[in-house]
Ligand binder design. Structure first.
Ligand SMILES: NC(=O)c1ccc[n+]([C@@H]2O[C@H](COP(=O)([O-])OP(=O)(O)OC[C@H]3O[C@@H](n4cnc5c(N)ncnc54)[C@H](O)[C@@H]3O)[C@@H](O)[C@H]2O)c1
Length: 286
């Protein structure tokens, strides 16, 4: 990672902060986008002081807004010339338990806006910077064990994190179109931070957790393994493994479908390459 640039959303504290510190130790340039300005500024000031040079920057970023994502990645590129890795990690769990809560639009939308739509917007903006890279580049989404498991007290969070996996798996074709791969980690690491989800809390407190070392191992795989694309990587107390994709439902395909699919796989790559060129031009014009 020496002299490479990693953009980390939600890096002011928690998992994102530890990932930032780890990759800074490996001499990467660090760009943090978060809404916790004081904590983020303090973290990058320490990194810059230790390095005696500008190796880290903080950009106020609410990941649920395109404009903030644009500002984050544009600042990263103008400061460090390019973005090699994007760790889209910002997330909230505080409105997870909504089933019998008041019928409040903001409450319902907030968790999806950050945990799912923030990932979609972050990916689209990251791509417009990273697709220009000549070398392999990686977008990594911090999902959750709740991308596959469903504790009722975390229902809205589970739905958002399940959605993230659908997004990542849908983009497995990206390396055919540009030098960017996207993968997701699904972990359970720390305090879930939401005491409102009693009585589930007692279960949550008793759950075995993965270590930060295991998460870093998974992120390293996403960065280094150039064959890994559209994968959901489990980060568990017993280590790292791939969560396999469900098989295609046999009754939904036949010979004709398979033939059409073969043609589509070629045509869609050409189509997406054209669309990417147009998107890059549109982005640089704005
Ligand atoms: N803690 C766990 O065990 C665990 C397990 C699985 C997945 N995750 C996921 O890991 C990620 C980080 O979790 P954490 O435990 O470090 O949480 P955390 O609350 O300690 O850190 C999350 C960071 O995201 C930032 N953030 C929140 N909303 C934001 C927004 N709109 N725009 C930009 N930044 C925003 C916060 O300010 C904070 O700095 C989340 O996506 C979470 O869902 C955590």
């Amino acid at each position: 990672m020496e002299n490479k640039t990693i953009v980390i959303t939600g890096g002011s504290r928690g998992i994102g902060k530890t990932v930032a510190e780890t990759y800074r130790q490996r001499k990467a340039n660090i760009v943090i986008g978060d809404i916790r300005d004081a904590e983020g500024e303090k973290l990058v000031a320490k990194m810059n002081e230790e390095a005696g040079a500008k190796v880290a920057i903080y950009v106020h970023t609410d990941v649920s807004h395109y404009e903030d994502n644009r500002h984050l990645f544009r600042t990263a590129e103008s400061e460090f010339n390019r973005v090699d890795v994007a760790f889209l990690n910002a997330g909230i769990g505080s409105t997870s338990n909504t089933l019998f809560a008041p019928l409040d639009d903001d409450r319902e939308e907030s968790i999806f806006n950050v945990d799912l739509i923030g990932v979609v917007k972050g990916t689209k903006v990251a791509l417009l910077h990273m697709a220009k890279n000549k070398e392999d580049s990686a977008i990594i989404i911090n999902a959750s064990t709740c991308s596959f498991q469903t504790p009722p007290a975390m229902s809205a969070y589970n739905a958002a994190k399940h959605g993230v996996i659908g997004w990542v798996r849908s983009l497995d074709f990206l390396p055919k179109v540009c030098n960017v791969r996207i993968n997701a980690n699904t972990d359970l690491m720390t305090d879930l931070g939401d005491r409102s989800i009693e009585p589930y809390w007692k279960v949550a407190d008793a759950l075995p957790r993965a270590s930060m070392k295991t998460l870093i191992q998974a992120i390293d795989i996403c960065i280094k393994n150039t064959t890994k694309s559209g994968a959901a990587i489990l980060v568990l107390p017993d280590g790292v493994s791939d969560f396999p994709r469900p098989a295609v439902f046999e009754s939904t395909v036949n010979e004709a479908t398979n033939k059409a699919l073969e043609i589509y796989k070629v045509e869609m790559v050409e189509q997406y390459k054209k669309e990417l060129d147009i998107a890059l031009k549109r982005y640089s014009d704005n």
